[in-house]
Design a protein around this ligand. Structure first.
Ligand SMILES: [Zn+2]
Length: 197
């Protein structure tokens, strides 16, 4: 099975270590290739790792968290910048915004791990709720990869899935995340590959 090439612009904002982001980028790209999806993950037009400050205006003081509305706009800006690098108007370009602060969206009161709209271009994940008392960056990375596959899956057209272990399972807490895998189930793959002979 093959799939149209996908370009994934990674936009990191916050206090991230370069080593963490580099490993995350490589592993995310490998995961897509293992699914037969030719993804190119990159952090900037030059290819080097760029780490931004959290966009101003994202912090919402009466909630004490950062709103995804502003982060979507930040992601959109990165996408436009990336169009110049990719150069092809019909290319599939998605953006993965990664932040290390707690995020929220209007009308949702639980812990928000990430957000994306089905079939749209921007996915957001936060590593803040993925922290653990082991202080293990490996565990944070594993959980972040699952959430990245989940949110990017939405941008590629996938909905939530109930097949046990599929990345597209809904996660209410970190235990749910730990239960699932970094991969899509066969049903989700079939949906992805429809129309992509
Ligand atoms: Zn699935």
């Amino acid at each position: 099975m093959t799939y149209k090439p996908v370009f994934i612009r990674m936009a990191a904002a916050g206090n991230f270590e370069r080593k963490f982001l580099l490993e995350f980028q490589k592993e995310l790209q490998n995961l897509f290739w293992e699914h037969g999806i030719k993804a190119t993950c990159f952090f900037s037009n030059s290819g080097s790792i760029e780490i931004d400050k959290i966009p101003s205006g994202a912090y919402t003081s009466h909630i004490g968290k950062y709103n995804t509305h502003t982060l979507f706009a930040y992601g959109q800006q990165k996408r436009e910048e990336s169009l110049k690098k990719v150069g092809k108007l019909d290319a599939l370009i998605k953006v993965l915004v990664i932040v290390d602060v707690e995020i929220f969206k209007q009308g949702f009161t639980g812990t928000l791990f990430g957000e994306a709209e089905v079939g749209k271009e921007i996915a957001i994940i936060s590593t803040a709720p993925l922290e653990n008392h082991f202080k293990s960056s490996f565990l944070i990375k594993e959980r972040a990869l699952k959430e990245a596959m989940h949110e990017l899956g939405h941008t590629l057209g996938l909905d939530h899935c109930k097949t046990p272990g599929c990345s597209m399972n809904i996660s209410k807490d970190i235990y749910d995340i730990d239960e699932k895998k970094k991969t899509y189930c066969i049903n989700c793959l079939n949906i992805l590959f429809q129309g992509h002979p």
